[in-house]
Design a binder for this molecule. Structure first.
Ligand SMILES: Cc1cc2nc3c(=O)[nH]c(=O)nc-3n(C[C@H](O)[C@H](O)[C@H](O)COP(=O)(O)OP(=O)(O)OC[C@H]3O[C@@H](n4cnc5c(N)ncnc54)[C@H](O)[C@@H]3O)c2cc1C
Length: 467
């Protein structure tokens, strides 16, 4: 046994350093692509244990890959260089609310959905609502700067973080930010860590912002017989003076997939639907609902559906959440992207997706947070079909290029990880990427924390096929 591993085992209580092949396999994948075996999995339960593991790893220059629930869609927690997977999901889950301050302190293993459930008991809400909130950890959300449908009105994770407790790659414990809404003391390290995908530090605690839960919500579903019309209706709504809390898009393939998976009565003959949620005072909602109906009629909506009860509305939102599992039933493999464009370019991006679909003869479906320009084109394929996967690689590249041509970005919320690292220079330019890398190098001089993520390695290409 290697010396570092022997020492690691003596650092932690028995049973928390896993080295059996079965255990290592269980931590070799996430919800994206690729399998990489770690040498060991360490289940940490305290901040000091994290610090001890990082000190040791830094001394021996062993890679450490932090991991929450492993739901990442870009390869973030994959141990691409072997070494240690640092399982943060076994930390005691603590949610410590301060309703009078409208804040909450959490440990990294807390499932994001549970923060909102706890806040709701006090008439409050934690706004970020990724679709995976019931399974993903807040540590993972912070590392990925995750977002959800409510991002349209309330922003994403980074907009709701006041302070962090972080263990640096050299094993030192630091605090960033604090507990106050205003805080301009020095460079904002909180914002630097949020979204750094586990490459700059391990998050061991966070203070998050809560807000009053809106007194009422109104759901509206609108069906269109042309995808482009749906895209234009989204732009029209957002320039009308109304800011919905959510504005989600599903194309026909997604609608049909959900109906085949868990039927709720979505209009399967529509080319696309938009599901909207307005929130606020009931009187305001009544007025806004009327305006939205007018806009949608003007934009050529095929059907406007207003749920008759909260249960009916909840079913529609549940249907939206089921898109991902439902489309996964269509073909064995799905490659999920989240390139994002300025909202006014959504119709153009949809046209470009159609062209890519035709060019490569692939099955491409699209859904997502169209209100903020963050679409999720998914390519449905079969990873055992090498020729098909080579086409998928090209199609993904074309999607990124299309988003960038339209003034967009590679990723709106799923992060860069391994999957998008080869395309970073395309968006940031050589110098921009180098400045980012210099930050990484100064935080992590030995390059031990989550290597192989975000920053492309020499000659790295997107590879989804195995010859
Ligand atoms: C069905 C499905 C739906 C999804 N929907 C959404 C969505 O709506 N919006 C969205 O944004 N994402 C979505 N995702 C992606 C994913 O759920 C998020 O990226 C989530 O934040 C990952 O959390 P996790 O706990 O699973 O972290 P992991 O996948 O384990 O890790 C994610 C990244 O965070 C790092 N990390 C984890 N914990 C820590 C820590 N404590 N300190 C430092 N780094 C850490 C890891 O190294 C890795 O880089 C979805 C995924 C699936 C499978």
């Amino acid at each position: 046994m290697e010396k570092w591993l022997e020492e690691l085992q003596s650092l932690l209580p028995e049973g928390r350093v896993l080295t059996s092949l079965a255990d290592r396999h269980s931590y070799s994948f996430d919800a994206s692509f690729g399998e990489h075996l770690p040498d060991a999995v360490v289940q940490v339960k305290e901040k000091l244990e994290v610090a001890d593991v990082l000190k040791l790893a830094n001394r021996y220059k062993v890679p450490v890959h932090p991991r929450g629930s492993g739901t990442c869609l870009s390869g973030g927690p994959l141990p691409v260089h072997g070494g240690i997977v640092l399982d943060m999901s076994q930390f005691p889950a603590v949610i410590d609310l301060s309703p009078r301050d409208l804040t909450v302190k959490v440990t990294p293993s807390v499932l994001t959905g549970n923060i909102n459930k706890a806040a709701e008991k006090h008439g409050l809400m934690y706004a970020p609502d990724p679709s995976s909130a019931h399974v993903a950890t807040i540590g993972g959300n912070l590392a990925e700067n995750s977002g959800g449908p409510r991002g349209l009105k309330y922003g994403v994770t980074k907009d709701h973080v006041l302070g962090l407790e972080v263990v640096t790659p050299e094993g030192e414990m630091i605090k960033t930010g604090g507990q106050t809404i205003k805080n301009v003391t020095g460079i904002d390290l909180t914002k630097l860590i949020v979204g750094s995908e586990g490459t700059l530090g391990v998050i061991v605690g966070a203070t998050l912002k809560l807000m009053p839960k809106p007194p009422a919500v109104q759901t509206i579903m609108v069906a269109f017989d042309e995808v482009r019309k749906a895209g234009e209706a989204i732009s029209q709504t957002l320039t009308s003076g109304i800011l919905p809390a959510k504005m989600e898009f599903m194309d026909q393939a997604c609608i049909v997939a959900v109906e085949n998976f868990q039927p709720v009565g979505l209009p399967v003959d529509a080319a696309a639907v938009i599901i909207i949620e307005l929130d606020g005072h009931p009187e305001t909602l009544r007025v806004e609902r009327g305006l939205i109906e007018e806009i949608m009629e003007e934009m050529g909506a095929k059907e406007i559906i207003i749920p008759k009860s909260d249960e009916e509305a909840a079913k529609l939102w549940h249907a939206r959440k089921q898109v991902s599992p439902a489309i996964a039933k269509i073909k064995p493999t799905k490659v999920s992207e989240d390139a994002t464009v300025p909202r006014s370019k959504i119709p153009d991006f949809m046209d470009r997706l159609e062209l890519i679909k035709e060019k490569y003869g692939l099955e491409v479906v699209a859904f997502g947070h169209a209100g903020d320009g963050n679409l999720h084109p998914n390519i449905l394929c079969d990873k055992r079909n090498v020729e098909e996967m080579k086409l998928v690689e090209k199609a993904v590249e074309d999607m990124f290029q299309a988003a960038l041509d339209l003034g967009g970005t590679l990723s709106g919320e799923h992060g860069i990880g391994t999957m998008k690292a080869p395309f970073m220079e395309l968006e940031l330019g050589e110098i921009g990427l180098d400045m980012m890398k210099r930050i990484k190098d100064s935080w992590d001089p030995n390059g031990i924390l989550n290597p192989g993520k975000v920053f492309p390695e020499k000659g790295q290409k997107l590879v989804l096929h195995h010859d």
